[in-house]
Design a protein around this ligand. Structure first.
Ligand SMILES: [Zn+2]
Ligand SMILES: [Zn+2]
Length: 127
Protein backbone atom coordinates (compact mmCIF):
# COMPACT_ATOMS: atom_id res chain seq x y z
CA UNK A 1 0.00 0.00 0.00
CA UNK A 2 1.36 3.38 -0.91
CA UNK A 3 0.62 6.27 1.35
CA UNK A 4 -0.71 9.49 -0.01
CA UNK A 5 1.38 12.45 0.88
CA UNK A 6 -1.10 15.25 1.34
CA UNK A 7 1.41 17.98 0.75
CA UNK A 8 2.22 16.50 -2.64
CA UNK A 9 -1.46 16.18 -3.40
CA UNK A 10 -2.11 19.78 -2.46
CA UNK A 11 0.74 20.97 -4.62
CA UNK A 12 -0.49 18.81 -7.49
CA UNK A 13 -3.96 20.26 -7.21
CA UNK A 14 -2.64 23.78 -7.12
CA UNK A 15 -0.60 23.16 -10.23
CA UNK A 16 -3.29 21.28 -12.06
CA UNK A 17 -6.37 23.25 -11.26
CA UNK A 18 -5.18 26.76 -11.78
CA UNK A 19 -7.99 29.12 -12.50
CA UNK A 20 -8.15 29.47 -16.26
CA UNK A 21 -8.34 33.24 -16.03
CA UNK A 22 -4.93 33.22 -14.35
CA UNK A 23 -3.32 31.51 -17.31
CA UNK A 24 -1.24 33.60 -19.66
CA UNK A 25 0.37 33.05 -23.01
CA UNK A 26 3.88 31.77 -22.43
CA UNK A 27 6.89 32.34 -24.65
CA UNK A 28 8.93 29.20 -25.17
CA UNK A 29 12.09 28.96 -27.19
CA UNK A 30 12.06 26.08 -29.65
CA UNK A 31 14.72 23.41 -29.00
CA UNK A 32 15.15 22.85 -32.74
CA UNK A 33 15.33 26.33 -34.29
CA UNK A 34 15.68 28.39 -31.04
CA UNK A 35 12.97 30.77 -32.21
CA UNK A 36 10.52 31.93 -29.57
CA UNK A 37 6.98 30.74 -30.01
CA UNK A 38 3.83 31.39 -28.01
CA UNK A 39 2.23 28.65 -25.99
CA UNK A 40 -1.25 30.08 -25.86
CA UNK A 41 -3.72 29.79 -23.00
CA UNK A 42 -5.96 27.70 -25.24
CA UNK A 43 -3.14 25.25 -25.88
CA UNK A 44 -2.25 25.17 -22.19
CA UNK A 45 -5.83 24.24 -21.35
CA UNK A 46 -5.76 21.61 -24.10
CA UNK A 47 -2.54 20.15 -22.67
CA UNK A 48 -3.98 20.15 -19.18
CA UNK A 49 -7.18 18.48 -20.33
CA UNK A 50 -5.12 15.80 -22.03
CA UNK A 51 -3.17 15.30 -18.81
CA UNK A 52 0.07 16.30 -20.48
CA UNK A 53 2.64 17.40 -17.94
CA UNK A 54 5.32 19.00 -20.06
CA UNK A 55 4.98 22.14 -22.15
CA UNK A 56 5.74 21.81 -25.87
CA UNK A 57 9.42 21.98 -26.80
CA UNK A 58 9.10 22.86 -30.47
CA UNK A 59 7.43 25.57 -32.47
CA UNK A 60 4.65 24.51 -34.82
CA UNK A 61 6.92 24.38 -37.86
CA UNK A 62 9.52 22.20 -36.16
CA UNK A 63 6.87 20.06 -34.54
CA UNK A 64 5.32 19.39 -37.92
CA UNK A 65 8.72 18.68 -39.44
CA UNK A 66 9.42 16.25 -36.63
CA UNK A 67 6.05 14.57 -37.05
CA UNK A 68 6.69 14.21 -40.76
CA UNK A 69 10.09 12.65 -40.08
CA UNK A 70 8.54 10.21 -37.65
CA UNK A 71 5.68 9.46 -40.04
CA UNK A 72 7.99 8.79 -42.95
CA UNK A 73 10.21 6.55 -40.81
CA UNK A 74 7.14 4.70 -39.54
CA UNK A 75 5.80 4.35 -43.08
CA UNK A 76 9.15 3.05 -44.27
CA UNK A 77 9.29 0.58 -41.42
CA UNK A 78 5.72 -0.51 -42.03
CA UNK A 79 6.39 -1.17 -45.70
CA UNK A 80 9.59 -2.99 -44.81
CA UNK A 81 11.63 -0.75 -47.04
CA UNK A 82 14.72 0.82 -45.61
CA UNK A 83 14.88 4.49 -46.31
CA UNK A 84 17.65 5.10 -48.75
CA UNK A 85 19.43 8.36 -48.65
CA UNK A 86 22.13 9.51 -50.97
CA UNK A 87 24.38 12.39 -50.11
CA UNK A 88 26.77 13.81 -52.68
CA UNK A 89 30.32 14.29 -51.42
CA UNK A 90 33.86 14.52 -52.64
CA UNK A 91 36.17 11.80 -51.39
CA UNK A 92 38.65 13.16 -48.85
CA UNK A 93 41.41 10.97 -50.25
CA UNK A 94 41.15 10.83 -54.03
CA UNK A 95 38.78 13.82 -54.43
CA UNK A 96 36.48 11.90 -56.73
CA UNK A 97 32.79 12.69 -56.69
CA UNK A 98 30.76 10.05 -54.91
CA UNK A 99 27.55 9.48 -52.99
CA UNK A 100 27.27 7.97 -49.54
CA UNK A 101 24.20 6.41 -47.91
CA UNK A 102 24.43 8.55 -44.75
CA UNK A 103 24.72 12.14 -43.68
CA UNK A 104 28.40 12.79 -42.98
CA UNK A 105 29.01 14.44 -39.63
CA UNK A 106 30.61 17.83 -39.72
CA UNK A 107 34.39 17.86 -39.85
CA UNK A 108 34.58 14.13 -40.53
CA UNK A 109 36.32 13.15 -43.76
CA UNK A 110 34.21 11.12 -46.15
CA UNK A 111 35.76 8.66 -48.56
CA UNK A 112 34.53 7.06 -51.72
CA UNK A 113 33.78 3.37 -51.54
CA UNK A 114 37.06 2.19 -52.99
CA UNK A 115 39.20 4.44 -50.77
CA UNK A 116 37.13 3.45 -47.75
CA UNK A 117 37.58 -0.24 -48.46
CA UNK A 118 41.26 0.29 -49.15
CA UNK A 119 41.63 1.75 -45.67
CA UNK A 120 39.31 -0.79 -44.04
CA UNK A 121 39.97 -4.08 -45.83
CA UNK A 122 38.33 -6.05 -43.04
CA UNK A 123 35.02 -4.33 -43.76
CA UNK A 124 34.58 -5.72 -47.26
CA UNK A 125 31.03 -6.88 -47.51
CA UNK A 126 30.40 -10.55 -48.08
CA UNK A 127 26.85 -10.36 -49.36
ZN1 LIG B 1 11.31 25.63 -34.24
ZN1 LIG C 1 38.38 8.05 -53.02
Amino acid sequence: MSQINFDDLKEFNQKTFVNESELQDINISCIDCSEDFVWTVGEQIFFRDKGLQNPPKRCKVCKQAKNERIASIAAAQASGVKQKIEVSVFCAKCASYTTVPFYPSQGRPVYCRSCFLEMNPNLIETE
